[in-house]
Write a protein that binds this ligand. Structure first.
Ligand code: BDP
Length: 641
């Protein structure tokens, strides 16, 4: 059974139950506190790919029932990591179907003995469809590759074992017309060219479909009466900050909640009792983006306690507002210009596996380049990345995995129902991050097709009903002139590849064509525009003058031509520019990709190409023009460039 049967069953159920049902429960990031413990069970796991023709032997033989090594040969597999690039075996790199992970962990005895302790197993993300067992008992099932899922496993543990716990996770990377992103499995039936049972996975997106357990696996505890979710929304008036909060408590019929907000120095600046209310902060320190203020990224600490310290959860809170006019994007009522990048979760060996050295290096590079924002193209990134952005003041456009929706069959009700669920999961996870200023519901869908209008109306309005404090967009391909979704979004985000996919080699046309692009979109919709992708491939070290495609000189020439137009249009209604891409990244093998996409201004190993220096100079200059740079940075910008 190549396709997880339950994928279509779940999606169908969701469609029947109506597209606007809400997810149960919260998804607070597991943190330690006086009432909570966290145990990271990432590391080395046992691994086995199900290479049987139908990919279903693991289920037929119930590999979750006994130690995986007893079912057949297992290999070491690091978690978190994609499994694709870990071995020397192309069959594992290109594998499609179920793979099995297993690990034995010790659960502290006191967790098991204390019946007042809830024990939760949480998977940061696994791509694409996951089934989770604990000691052979099914504990959870989850569809979707970039968002967390968890299971309360206290009951199973108390029934089945002592303190040893065998965790088994089966993960299937098969994509269907109804998954996000969509894909199709194609069986090749010409026996003169393909052996029996031969199939390939087709997709419409331009990055490698890395798979496996991509983010940390954690065990954590809460008391049974516990804080399940917290929602904060912030605003301010003059020097008073307002933080409205809503706390949901489970396992207690009469929750007694106390909320306190502390400043950096630990001083309590506001407090309140009750599950909802508004905290008033005098002389507020607002959360400002990097390079926009002397003291960016100010975070308060909000401590929520339930019933006299029974449960305690601490949430970082940045107080800021976001607004959109027909020509501007305002953060704290001041115009904000996105000078940023598009990224991927992608690196050598680990693929899409979460990796702190890579995260910190990327933030250092972004700050070095004067980047004030990025878009999580084309799926939600790890929560640790969002937390880092909160702490550094890097602004985020938070994108869901709605990429490559090109087939008309992917605009049906089953797809829509799943897409709405994914938006619910995304907003539930990321709603409290001050860095997140906009939701992106899709990238370059075939928005000219008639069903797209209804589809995007539903998606945008549902996202707004989940979170009214942030604008919503989707990323449109400049080719889709007859766009059906644009009327519903707040900000128009346009991708275009002038002198690359159109008129290749003719950089002299960029100015004319880009002006036309902007004037057409603004003329039609009167909404602010972000150039959400532009760029050109450059193989690092390849040179030619006059510039030729694929050289570093060509990439910088394309950038310069775009920049000249941006500099005119940002005086009018263009509110941002995001280069495609921050770094080179892996793709499927095709005749248009030379070991991956080379539109990075950095190599995949994060070394700068000429374009990175060009962009660095530009971004610091733009930041300096705003006049809001901290003194050290103004000095730096003046004398460096
Ligand atoms: C854009 C896509 C992006 C691709 C890029 C490219 O949004 O995912 O990687 O084209 O072709 O249209 O480089």
């Amino acid at each position: 059974q190549l396709l997880p049967r339950s994928v279509s069953k779940c999606a169908l159920l969701a469609a029947i139950c109506g597209v606007c049902r809400s997810l149960q429960g919260g998804m607070l990031f597991p943190t330690e506190s006086p009432s909570r413990e966290v145990k990271d069970v990432s590391g080395l796991w046992r691994f086995r790919a199900d290479l049987s023709p139908e990919r279903n032997r693991g289920f037929e033989q119930q590999w979750y029932r006994s130690p995986l090594a007893q079912t057949g040969p297992v290999i070491d597999m690091p978690v978190p990591s994609s499994y694709n690039d870990i071995t020397q075996d192309a069959k594992i790199r290109d594998f499609i179907g179920w793979v099995w992970y297993e690990k034995d962990v010790w659960v502290p005895a006191r967790w098991i003995q204390d019946r007042g302790t809830r024990i939760v197993l949480r998977v940061g993300s696994a791509h694409y469809y996951s089934v989770l067992w604990v000691n052979g008992v099914k504990a959870a099932e989850h569809e979707g590759g970039h968002l967390p899922f968890e299971a309360d496993i206290g009951g199973v543990l108390r029934q089945t074992s002592g303190n040893q716990c065998r965790i088994t996770i089966a993960v299937n990377n098969t994509l269907t017309l109804e998954t996000l992103p969509p894909g199709t499995i194609q069986y090749m039936t010409d026996r003169s060219r393909y052996p029996a049972g031969y199939f390939v996975q087709n997709t419409n997106f331009d990055f490698f479909n890395y798979a496996g357990i991509h983010r940390p696996v954690l065990l954590y505890t809460t008391p049974t009466a516990h804080i399940d979710d917290i929602t904060v929304e912030t605003t301010f008036s003059d020097n008073i900050g307002l933080v409205s909060f809503n706390v949901s408590v489970l396992g207690s019929s009469k929750p007694a909640v106390k909320v306190t907000l502390s400043a950096h120095d630990g001083r309590c600046v506001a407090s309140a009792d009750g599950i909802r209310g508004v905290l008033k902060v005098t002389d507020v320190n607002l959360w400002w983006p990097y390079l926009m203020h002397e003291n960016p990224a100010y975070l308060y600490s909000m401590e929520v306690t339930e019933d006299g310290q029974t449960d305690v959860y601490t949430l970082p809170v940045g107080i800021r507002t976001v607004k959109v006019t027909s020509t501007q994007f305002l953060i704290n009522n001041k115009p904000f210009y996105f000078h940023g990048v598009n990224k991927h979760e992608d690196a050598d060996i680990r693929g899409k596996g979460f990796d702190w050295p890579l995260v910190v290096k990327d933030f250092n590079l972004m700050k070095w380049m004067g980047v004030n924002s990025f878009r999580t193209s084309h799926y939600p990134y790890a929560e640790e990345i969002l937390q880092t952005a909160d702490r550094h003041g890097i602004v985020i456009i938070d994108e869901c995995p709605g990429v490559g929706i090109k087939d008309i069959r992917s605009f049906g009700n089953v797809s829509l129902a799943h897409h709405l669920t994914v938006m619910e999961e995304l907003v539930r996870r990321d709603k409290n991050h001050p860095s997140v200023v906009m939701w992106s519901v899709a990238n370059e869908p075939a928005s000219e097709m008639p069903p797209a209008g209804f589809y995007f109306k539903e998606l945008v309005s549902h996202t707004k009903s989940l979170d009214s404090s942030r604008p919503v967009t989707y990323i449109t391909d400049s080719n889709y002139a007859r766009d059906q979704g644009a009327p519903y979004v707040d900000v128009i985000c346009v991708n275009s590849y002038l002198s690359w996919y159109h008129d290749p080699g003719h950089t002299e046309l960029i100015s004319l064509q880009l002006n036309t692009q902007f004037d057409d979109w603004f003329g039609k919709y009167q909404k602010p525009i972000i150039q959400s992708e532009y760029g050109a491939d450059a193989v690092s070290g390849l040179h030619s003058d006059p510039p030729m495609m694929f050289t570093e000189e060509y990439q910088t020439t394309v950038l310069q031509n775009y920049h000249n137009v941006f500099d005119q249009k940002r005086k009018e209604f263009v509110i941002g520019e995001l280069i495609w891409n921050f770094a080179d990244f892996m793709t499927a093998q095709t005749i248009t990709r030379v070991v991956g996409n080379k539109k990075g201004i950095l190599t995949r190993q994060r070394q700068p190409k000429a374009g990175a220096f060009l962009l660095r100079e530009r971004y610091w200059r733009i930041a300096n023009e705003t006049g809001a740079l901290p003194a050290w940075a103004r000095f730096f910008a003046l004398f460096t460039f």
